[in-house]
Write a protein that binds this ligand. Structure first.
Ligand SMILES: [Zn+2]
Length: 105
């Protein structure tokens, strides 16, 4: 399945080795742009951007939100693999074992 790629993304695919391109695509799909008005989220990749490397968290930018249908302030947010998958179970387990230790004291 081939998505429609923006000019930037086409260029990245054309000039970069496949592994780099895929790494950048994966990274860009984890960077979410969140509208500060309605809280709807899209990935940087899905709006035709690419994002690679470290960026300041919480950086504000002006984007057109399709839900609000106007240009709004938006936040950038990185969704890590930990966040996506095994988030809760591990931390809950750690919490409860910590509590158990404290009760023993
Ligand atoms: Zn919005």
């Amino acid at each position: 399945m081939e998505m429609n790629l923006s000019k930037t993304q086409q260029l990245a695919r054309a000039i970069l080795p496949t592994t780099w391109y895929e790494a950048i695509r994966d990274s860009s799909e984890r960077w979410m742009i969140q509208c500060t008005k309605c809280a709807s989220e899209r990935s940087v990749w899905s709006v035709g951007g690419i994002r690679w490397g470290a960026v300041a968290y919480g950086k504000r930018l002006a984007v057109h939100c399709s839900s609000c249908d106007k240009v709004v302030a938006a936040k950038l947010r990185y969704v890590s693999e930990d966040c996506l998958s095994k988030q809760s179970d591990d931390s809950l387990e750690q919490l409860s074992s910590q509590r158990a230790n404290e009760e023993k004291r």
